[in-house]
Design a protein around this ligand. Structure first.
Ligand code: DX5
Ligand code: ZN
Length: 222
């Protein structure tokens, strides 16, 4: 499967996001990962759909919007209108509302012609997502607890990546994308790749790199 590198703008200079997005695109990014945090599902607040809309004209790359928010269904319209190409919501945020909320949210995302993803935190079983695998374009396995960039990769997630890939293959979903997010560095990306991840999100490892072209090239090809 083709490996795609998604720099997380969480580690970019928020006062200069247009230029930051142009820089990572020129340096070889495949997607732009946008971390939306609401101060409730996770402690920090980052930005909302208005920011995604402002970034949109600065890049041709797909905008990979990661919603770390409560009640995600209420926000889908705004992010779809803002130009998101992929919208990922959290299992945990949906589950606390109702058993059917995740499925309904994924269907809503699709109804806007946007690709959809579902995420689990490091302490949530990926089996929780098995029933909705066929509805998804992407499964996001958090390799840190969401909220902050620059944390350490949680090794116990690696077998979950393999489990997700194995299950997807077993039900014929050969094209399902498996994304990892959190603590991905030049030291550990191969672990996630060989377990079956093909979308690699990285914030600090890319934005703090002395040579982001080389870092992304390594992520993709090594
Ligand atoms: C964490 C975010 C990640 C984060 C990754 O809550 O979802 O996308 O920005 O940053 P690094 O790569 O620095 O762990
Ligand atoms: Zn993220």
């Amino acid at each position: 499967m083709k490996i795609r590198v998604a720099p997380s703008i969480l580690s970019a200079d928020f006062s200069n996001l247009g230029a930051e997005v142009i820089k990572v695109e020129k340096s070889g990014a495949d997607l732009i990962h946008c971390d939306v945090m609401d101060g409730s599902f996770v402690e920090p607040i980052t930005f909302g759909a208005q920011m995604v809309k402002s970034i949109r004209p600065h890049t041709m790359l797909p905008l990979d919007v990661h919603l770390m928010i409560e009640h995600p269904k209420t926000q889908i319209k705004f992010f779809a209108d803002a130009g998101a190409d992929i919208i990922t919501v959290h299992y945990g945020a949906c589950k606390k509302i109702s058993d059917s909320y995740l499925k309904e949210t994924l269907e809503l995302i699709r109804s806007y012609g946007v690709r959809c993803g579902a995420a689990v935190n490091p302490d949530e079983d990926v089996e929780n997502l098995f029933p909705i695998f066929p509805l998804c374009d992407l499964i996001l396995l958090m390799t840190v607890f969401p909220g902050y960039g620059g944390q350490k990769y949680i090794k116990s997630v690696t077998p979950k990546i393999a489990k997700a890939r194995k299950y997807a293959d077993s039900i014929g979903l050969k094209e399902l994308n498996i994304e990892v997010d959190g603590g991905i560095t030049e030291k550990n990306f191969k672990t996630a790749k060989s377990a079956g991840a093909n979308y690699l999100v990285a914030g600090s490892a890319i934005f703090n790199s002395k040579d982001m072209i080389m870092t992304m090239e390594n992520f993709r090809n090594k």
